[in-house]
Design a protein around this ligand. Sequence first.
Ligand SMILES: Cc1ncc(COP(=O)(O)O)c(C=O)c1O
Length: 391
Amino acid sequence: MDKKFETAVNRENSLERKSDKKYLSNNYPVSLDKKIINSSIADLNFETPYEICEAIKKRANIRSFSYTYISDDSLSAIQSWYKNEHKSDINLTEIKLVHGTVNAMYQIVQSFTNVGDSILIQTPIYEPFARCILHNDRKIVENKLIFENNTYKIDFKKLEASIKENNIKLFLFCNPHNPGGKNWNNEDLKEIIDICLRNNVILFSDEVHSDLDYSNNFTTLLKYKEIHKLLIIANSPNKPFNLGGLKGSYLVIKNPNLKKIIDQNYEKNSLTSPNVFLQPAIIEAYTNPNVKKWLDDLKDIMKSNFEFFKSETSEMKFEIFESESSYLPWIKFNYEITDEEFKQACFKENLIFNFYDNFYGAERKWFRLNTGCPREEIELTIKILKNIFEK
Ligand SMILES: Cc1ncc(COP(=O)(O)O)c(C=O)c1O
């Protein structure tokens, strides 16, 4: 095991929702007397790469934290990342640095739909996909994913029928899909593209887990030129490098007309300068070869942690989604115990998960684990799960 992935970060007093003791005890029925395992929030329990931390410290040493502007160096770092990692060419003018991916979804909903309009999502899904629709007084149209052979399949006929029936103009798509970590394949993407083109639907593709693709089969929708006129990509360095608290993400929008509409909506909401630490962090994350090596090592750990969990629980009555990206295994328990009993039993053991009701449209008995942590934490989690289910 790689040494840098053997220890957790000490962040009990960090004001981070993942780990801050005060926050956890105020929000969950857990006890402060023993170790709390918070497997719920999608972040890593490892230190952010040294070089990124140093870049942030160097910026802090200027001792001034005033308003920022967006530099070409930051956009070039994103451009080179896409060239190297995703074999995709983007121009600097096609990139928009934004204030978080979830916030970007809210902006996109406001930019391209009106109150009362219907918006398409595929469920189960990361809850903010639904929240951004409901908070903006739009209607959710769900295309339910089909769970088969430990992965999700799309019913394309139903998908297109729903688009036509509900006069859909916007599809909020997630690739890799959360929950599950499914990388949609070439055939899936081509079907989706054809459907969107036939029905003139704007396709927003949240690809924030794509840089944690340990199966080497993730494809960004940017690769398909035919959809560029309707496409908005969102990505960020947050998931791979644990930078969610910097609240920085970016959009890639090839069509200048779409970009203009989005720019206007951001202006309307007065979302302007990015966080002062974001640009130094993004440049280091995307251009320093040591950080790239760190990420490659992390992906190996993600894969081996997932394999470890599967093999250690192979005798248990679990159905485990065949994850291809990220560190968030999606698991169904086939035991008599109810969801509420399971939840309470976990809390009693100081173990916190995202349960089925943390996702929009998820079925009962599913929960999501976080394996972005030292092996020791996974071992402890498995021990607790065995106690809960098999005692
Ligand atoms: C699919 C997906 N999109 C977006 C986010 C959050 O992104 P941000 O922190 O940039 O708003 C998450 C976090 O878990 C996620 O899983």
